[in-house]
Write a new protein. Structure first.
Length: 69
């Protein structure tokens, strides 16, 4: 099963994406911002990370730069 991380500060959108992907047999994890996402990523690997760009604490571009390192 493919693992997906959704990083989105809008709870409604994050939940909607989770519902769609879970129904398509993806193993979905969620993070409300980039700071929480970093902690989740440190604990496992993901096939795909869907991230908002503008978020508090750590934006999507900063998160991508951290993942690339």
């Amino acid at each position: 099963m493919k693992k997906v991380l959704i990083v989105e500060d809008d709870e409604f959108l994050r939940t909607a994406l989770n519902n769609v992907l879970s129904a398509s047999d993806f193993d979905v994890s969620e993070a409300p911002n980039g700071k929480v996402a970093k902690d989740i990523i440190k604990g496992g690997s993901f096939s795909l990370i869907l991230s908002d760009i503008q978020m508090p604490y750590l934006n999507g571009v900063e998160l991508l730069e951290w993942v690339r390192e």
